[in-house]
Design a binder for this molecule. Structure first.
Ligand SMILES: *Cc1c(COP(=O)(O)O)cnc(C)c1O
Length: 475
């Protein structure tokens, strides 16, 4: 399997060649040259597989430069009941992603049972093991530098902790994360994890990451890398649970389902699109945004108009607070009929801060063919949804999942089962749960007393030079 850049001006690469990198040299994102198709027989076989076997069956179609036995071992070590065991009442950890049925034809696919209680663990845990394997094979090491306002950073740290050849330097805005999120990250005592609290806001952290990444000499000398959401392996790993959810919600492979997906950088729903392109019988892919509705605007109007960072609103579903959706270019490549010239033209506008209109040239019609619909949710909507799901189904959902459910119920085809992707557990967002329900969220027993654990971090001014010096000293 070779991977092409969406801009068409970089040489095709293998899976392991793109695993540790970010953008293609021409500024595009990598995608497989063709999506592998699953046959009716494949689907019939997959239906009875456990999570790890299903993951191997799917991922081995995308990864042909890791020996199958090694890939199977990596996957088996990743998708264990022990890792995905943040037990809730009635939860069967061996399922990895259990399907909870709220009502006939209405389901929640529980993706947040990993160590940091968010769906990002589904892919990030695999990434940790893939990175360790490939780095060891090539005799290399990697210093991962990232900026986080919560979810991504903690998921990356829990995936990379204790991994040979990997250090993580994670910047977060000092005093701006929730107590829970701070405790989750800063209580890690692994010597390869470095938490750097920056006196500033999230954008300052991101600016430092950019400044360090733009210092090409420093970057090369210190083997600096990232684990951001454009990483292809993260998207690939997420394809698996669309299949798992489909099999759990249906009895035969003639049935269709729809998915609703709380969306930010478009990585999660992009994986759903690829599952559909592979032949999984998906009727609708329902994209839900919060008040930051750049994606909803696109799917309603055909106009993709990224915002500037200053226009981004801080909402009660913070992991969907984005100004541009970094994985959207992958979908746009398919929308353009895989014409890299068209994608380059669109993104030359985007890179200059302008919009493009996919109705020009007739590309937007494919959106309906691909099953996409969308909607947006507000703070009031998400609190009302948390309340109604609690009252009707005795199920507590987090703010992001609530955005998905709200839009999903509005836009669903009533004749097809709806699977709502759960992207985080309510325990992570105590304030919103308190506001919606007047009570504390349920917290996994394993995380009782998290805030009381000893914490480990350094605090620094918002200064790229100081951060570079710290990295140089510690790697
Ligand atoms: C990251 C995240 C999202 C958005 O996912 P994308 O793949 O960026 O679209 C939604 N909800 C939660 C809780 C997240 O952490």
């Amino acid at each position: 399997m070779r991977y092409l850049s969406t801009r068409g001006r970089s040489a095709p690469q293998s899976f392991c060649q793109i695993l540790l990198g970010g953008l293609a040299p021409d500024g595009g994102l990598y995608l497989p040259e063709a999506y592998p198709r699953v046959s009716a027989e494949d689907l019939a076989q997959m239906r009875n597989m456990d999570y790890a076997a299903l993951a191997f069956s799917i991922l081995s179609r995308f990864i042909d430069d890791i020996a199958p036995a090694d890939l199977a071992d990596i996957i088996d070590r990743t998708y264990t009941a022990q890792t995905y065991c943040n037990v809730r009442p009635g939860f069967n950890a061996a399922d990895i992603t259990p399907l909870a049925t709220l009502a006939p034809g209405l389901h929640i696919l529980q993706l947040s049972n990993g160590p940091t209680l968010a769906f990002k663990d589904m892919a990030m845990q695999l990434l940790g093991n893939l990175f360790e394997y490939v780095l060891a094979r090539e005799g290399r090491h990697l210093n991962i530098l990232g900026a986080t306002s919560g979810d991504t950073g903690s998921s990356a740290e829990y995936a990379m902790r204790g991994k040979r050849g990997i250090r993580v330097f994670m910047l977060s805005p000092h005093g701006k994360m929730s107590r829970f999120q701070t405790a989750q990250m800063f209580s890690l005592q692994d010597p390869n994890i470095f938490n750097i609290a920056v006196r500033g806001v999230f954008d300052d952290c991101q600016d430092i990451v950019k400044a360090v990444s733009n210092d090409h000499a420093f970057k090369a000398q210190h083997a600096i890398g990232t684990v951001n959401s454009i990483n292809w392996a993260r998207v690939a790993a997420q394809i698996v649970y669309y299949f798992k959810g489909y099999f759990a919600a249906t009895r035969s492979n003639d049935e269709q389902v729809s998915f609703c997906v709380p969306s930010g950088n478009f990585g999660n729903v992009c994986a759903g699109h690829i599952a559909r392109m592979m032949g999984l019988p998906i009727k609708q892919l329902i994209v839900a945004t919060n008040e930051n509705d750049v994606l909803d605007e696109f799917f309603r109007t055909g106009v993709y108009r990224p915002r500037v960072a200053a226009e981004t609103l801080h909402t009660s579903s913070p992991s969907m607070d984005i100004s541009k959706a970094s994985n959207f270019e992958r979908f746009a490549f398919d929308l353009a009929g895989r014409d890299a010239g068209q994608v380059s033209a669109w993104w030359s506008a985007v890179d200059q801060g302008r919009a493009f209109d996919a109705k020009d040239g007739g590309f937007f019609a494919r959106v309906a063919e691909y099953g996409f619909v969308s909607g947006a949710s507000t703070h009031a909507d998400r609190l009302a949804t948390i309340r109604s799901v609690w009252e009707k189904y005795a199920t507590m959902v987090d703010t992001h999942t609530a955005d998905g459910i709200k839009v999903g119920l509005e836009k669903r085809d009533p004749n097809v089962p709806l699977i709502c992707l759960e992207t985080a557990l309510p325990a992570k967002f105590e304030d919103a749960i308190r506001a919606a329900l007047g009570r504390e969220p349920e917290r996994p027993a394993a995380m009782a007393g998290l805030e009381a654990l000893p914490q480990r971090s350094v605090t620094m001014d918002s200064d790229a030079r100081a951060v570079k010096a710290y990295i140089a000293q510690n790697c």
